[in-house]
Design a protein around this ligand. Structure first.
Ligand code: AP5
Ligand code: MG
Ligand code: ZN
Length: 215
């Protein structure tokens, strides 16, 4: 299964991707997670990406396109993959198309999650993430059993640097301007399913699974 999860910051892309990864045993390729890992590790990529991420802006296309192109060639992607947070611009979508064609592969489905702006802000300000396994929580909507520890692996929970209200608003504007055109792009390609991401997490998951069967 080769899938893109599309949607604004806080729509639930990571939450749904983690559940699909467990269910199907295919990797989640989250460019945001890869970039945060690089920042944490202090690599050249991390140094380059940090100022963009802190400002809520997109990291330049050529940087993320290169990351994904290499990632898709790895052995664990043979059975399929879930792209989470990529592509985010038309240039990235075009480049993905070229990469997949060169590997002789095609996307099965693009799932777009729709959520109101006020709800997105509430979700992101309450989000907590596990430093070890990357699982996401929400202090109200999906609370961990203990405030500081991951239920799944016992790792420390942290709040992302870009989950401050001012940066969140900037990320939402960037989504509207640079990423939302991909909805029409994939609709025209006939591979888009739009889902109501305002529903509870398990309900969204169920509808994602139905969309994948239909695709
Ligand atoms: P990235 O890490 O991709 O962040 P994002 O797109 O802003 O999306 P989020 O991870 O914030 O949201 P999500 O949809 O995964 O929501 P989640 O499931 O966690 O990117 C970060 C930065 O990296 C970018 O700003 C950019 O600088 C750079 N970058 C990354 N990719 C790039 C690219 N391709 N090109 C250029 N730059 C790039 O859920 C959010 C919260 O809501 C959680 O607390 C969760 O528990 C809760 N929740 C989830 N679903 C529900 C539900 N149905 N009901 C109630 N609560 C829910
Ligand atoms: Mg995410
Ligand atoms: Zn964990």
């Amino acid at each position: 299964m080769k899938l893109i999860l599309l949607g604004p910051p806080g729509a639930g892309k990571g939450t749904q991707a983690k559940m699909l990864t467990e269910r199907f045993g295919i990797p989640q390729i989250a460019t945001g997670d890869i970039l945060r890992g690089a920042v944490q590790a202090g690599t050249a990529l991390g140094l380059q990406a940090k100022s963009f991420m802190d400002a809520g802006a997109l990291v330049p296309d050529e940087v993320v396109i290169g990351i994904v192109r290499e990632r898709l060639q790895q052995q664990d992607c043979v059975a399929g993959f879930i792209l989470d947070g990529f592509p985010r611009t038309v240039a990235q979508a075009d480049a993905l198309q070229v990469s997949l064609e060169s590997l002789g592969r095609r996307l099965d489905r693009v799932i777009s999650l729709t959520v109101d702006a006020d709800e997105l802000v509430e979700r992101l300000t309450g989000r907590r993430t596990c430093r070890s396994c990357g699982r996401g929580y929400h202090v109200t909507f999906d609370p961990p059993r203990s405030a500081q520890q991951c239920d799944a692996c016992g790792g420390d929970l942290y709040q992302r640097d870009d989950d401050r209200e001012e940066t969140i608003r900037k990320r939402l504007t960037v989504y509207d301007q640079q990423t939302s055109p991909l909805i029409a792009y994939y609709r025209a390609a006939g591979s888009l399913t739009e889902l109501d991401g305002m529903q509870p997490i398990p309900v969204v998951q169920e509808q994602v699974l139905v969309a994948l069967q239909a695709g």
